[in-house]
Design a protein around this ligand. Structure first.
Ligand code: IPM
Ligand code: MN
Length: 360
């Protein structure tokens, strides 16, 4: 099999370009170390381009994105652009058009990382959230009436299709089955006590698909209770599957318990198409251009991308290098408090990577 990958790179806004630059440094080092090759195609997409030309995601770019091995995204979001434009026309459009129906977000406490949860150790915080990524409240179905008057009405429809729910749940069962975790437990998180139409569909699909996975333990938590357990007993979880909106919220909570946005990464996955990997922290405009942002989230996203590209050896190498850096070098994961600059942290990961033995 030819180990050559075409990677679309969208550095985007704010601190996106700085963290992606470090990610690419690590990508090039690990490619050389493990013997695959990459072609990088850079795209200028984001707030700056929009402010200059009113262009968000040109159709020609979207067409090219359909033909790459994976997409590596920094961040989208600009303080001078009204909220909703870049998010919907770039990020959500890529997710929807490329049918990236899974948002995979590991919540993992790396060694040496401070967590606000007192007494919790890396072995206690190690689960994955499988967030549905193309439906729910995110589809933009709705409307308003009598806007701006006291009689204003607004609808935002929560769309749940059997196909969309089922494929998400099936993916989550597969992740649980193959994960190296003895719990083999999949927790569905919904709100079946209130959303008795939509979440009844989720529950039935969960039970029906679950019968095909007798080796996986099925568990259920209402989403409000889930947030309590994530804080009190994160060791309870192995894999959590949930809808788009709830998944958005609980993965920010997850990011905090794993040490913050400096380390939290995610993948927008189409298992049979083109997937996109990103640090989940956003563009952090106040830190942009100062060499203070933590690039580790982008580097962990790179590791997820390598896993997805079926380069597990390279993925492990990158993750091990990140662990060494968190365990032995960084004072904190927070921007400006790491004890090193952005580029130095990238260099530390490359150095660590060159010292770790190549797995398998
Ligand atoms: C995320 C972000 C996006 C989302 C925004 C920027 C549209 O918060 O990736 O979690 O809500 O999905
Ligand atoms: Mn979010």
């Amino acid at each position: 099999m030819e180990r050559h990958y075409k990677i679309a790179v969208i550095p985007g806004d704010g601190t996106g370009p700085e963290v992606i630059r470090e990610g690419i440094k690590v990508l090039q080092a690990v490619a050389q170390r493990t013997g695959f090759s990459v072609e990088l195609i850079h795209y200028n997409i984001g707030g700056e381009r929009y402010l200059k030309s009113k262009e968000t995601l040109p159709d020609s770019v979207l067409k090219e994105l359909r033909n790459v091995s994976a997409i590596y995204l920094g961040a989208i979001g600009h303080p001078d652009v009204k909220p909703g434009i870049l998010e919907k026309e770039i990020l959500l459009r890529i997710r929807f058009e490329l049918d990236q129906y899974i948002n995979l977000r590991p919540v993992k406490l790396y060694p040496g990382v401070w967590t606000p949860l007192r007494d919790k150790k890396p072995e206690d915080i190690d689960f994955v959230v499988v967030r549905e990524n193309t439906e729910g409240l995110y589809v933009g179905v709705g409307g308003n009436f009598k806007k701006g008057t006291p009689d204003e009405v607004a609808f935002q429809v929560d769309v749940n299709t059997r196909k969309g729910v089922e494929r998400c749940i099936r993916y989550a069962f597969e992740v649980t089955r193959t994960r190296d975790n003895p719990k083999k437990k999949l927790t569905l998180s919904a709100k079946t006590n209130v959303l008795t139409y939509a979440h009844d569909l989720w529950m039935r699909a969960f039970e029906e698909v679950g019968r095909e996975y007798p080796d996986v333990n099925r568990d259920y938590a209402h989403v409000d209770a889930l947030t309590m357990w994530m804080v009190k007993s994160p060791e309870f979880f192995d894999v959590i599957v949930t809808n788009n909106m709830f998944g958005d919220i609980v993965t920010d909570l997850g990011a905090m318990i794993q040490g913050g946005l400096g380390i939290a990464a995610g993948g927008n996955i189409n298992p049979s198409g083109v997937s996109m990997f990103e640090p989940i922290g956003g563009s952090a405009p106040k830190y942009a251009g100062k060499n203070v942002i933590n690039p580790l989230a982008a580097i962990v996203a790179l590791s997820m991308m390598l896993e997805h590209l079926k380069e597990p050896g390279a993925a492990t190498l990158v993750e091990e290098a990140v662990k060494q850096v968190t365990a032995t070098k960084l004072k904190s994961l927070a921007a400006g408090k790491m004890g090193y600059g952005t580029t130095e942290v990238g260099d530390l990961v490359v150095d660590a990577l060159n010292q770790v033995a190549v797995p398998g």
